[in-house]
Design a protein around this ligand. Structure first.
Ligand code: PDD
Length: 284
């Protein structure tokens, strides 16, 4: 596997970063995950825009222009074999003597990008749906930053896995649903799609935006507003989105069936529309 590290392409085995890198010491950095279909990065402009938002959020200067990022990412895609890949892009504040405050002068940021094969959910999984648990959203108040400091998300996802589930659905203040540990969540009730608003308590998902655009273009009723935990428990359908999972259906929540426990009509419709959209935008 060929990766990109600080200006150079190399085999992953040769990639090294200093132990004093602030990403390693403090989790002081941000990242992006970008799907690649037929060797073309999906929604690249939007991912680069979100990267800029995350960098602004941690007061770190973007080490590359959008044109430079595009060149780097396209070259990395070219150097790796799969037609469909996902890119993991990571920028940290760089290496410096350990001190919490930003180092002066600012060190050179560390830039790392790797490519992995993209495996979207199998036909079996799309038919059965996945199981989730609900957990307390105990993260910080800047979940809109795609920070590499993911320990809360790691622990919440692990709680799901320990319960035999695929994802944890996060409930904030015992009141409303924010997102999943590494995904966005939609509720379906009486034919309407309910989506939490993009604020500081959730990651503004790129796939989330695609789903809302597709819904609008196909006259699917949609409400973007706070989604109460009771609405999650009483949902007709629950959907999950992310760059690597696309749109998935949740059929079991906290051990109980969601709706009738089978993938519903809204999921079928949105999944088909998403595949068509992908086909038209990416595969032509
Ligand atoms: N995670 N919310 C969180 C907390 C996430 O980590 C992710 C994605 C999403 C979905 O965003 P998008 O549609 O832009 O992928 C929402 C990626 C896939 C990851 O960390 O691997």
């Amino acid at each position: 596997m060929s990766i990109f590290l600080n200006g150079e392409f190399m085999p992953i085995e040769e990639a090294k970063v200093p132990v004093l890198d602030r990403g390693f010491i403090f989790g002081d950095g941000v990242y992006e995950v970008i799907p690649v279909y037929s060797r073309r990065a999906f929604r690249l402009a939007e991912h680069l825009q979100r990267l800029q938002h995350s960098l602004d959020g941690i007061q770190l200067k973007n080490p590359h222009s959008d044109d430079e990022w595009t060149t780097i990412l396209n070259e990395l895609i070219r150097r790796n074999t799969p037609e469909d890949q996902y890119l993991y892009l990571h920028v940290t504040r760089g290496a410096a003597k350990r001190d919490h405050a930003f180092p002066v002068p600012a060190p050179t940021p560390t830039v790392f990008v790797m490519s992995n094969p993209l495996t979207t959910p199998s036909a079996e999984l799309l038919k059965s749906g996945i199981s989730c648990i609900t957990v307390v959203d105990n993260r910080w108040l800047r979940c809109d930053i795609k920070a590499i400091a993911l320990l809360p998300n790691v622990l919440l996802r692990q709680a799901a896995v320990a319960a035999g589930c695929a994802e944890a659905i996060l409930i904030r203040n015992d009141e409303f649903m924010t997102e999943g540990a590494a995904s966005n969540i939609f509720v379906v009730k009486n034919g309407t799609l309910l989506a939490p608003p993009k604020d500081n308590l959730m990651l503004p998902g790129i796939t989330y935006d695609v789903i809302l655009e597709i819904a609008a273009a196909n006259n699917i009723p949609c409400e973007v507003r706070k989604v109460l935990k009771e609405e999650v428990f009483n949902a007709d359908e629950l959907l999950l989105t992310s760059s690597t999972k696309e749109v998935m259906v949740i059929t079991t929540l906290d051990g109980k069936p969601v709706g009738d426990g089978k993938p519903g009509a809204m999921f079928a419709k949105l999944h088909t529309l998403y595949q068509t959209f992908k086909q038209e935008v990416m595969r032509k």
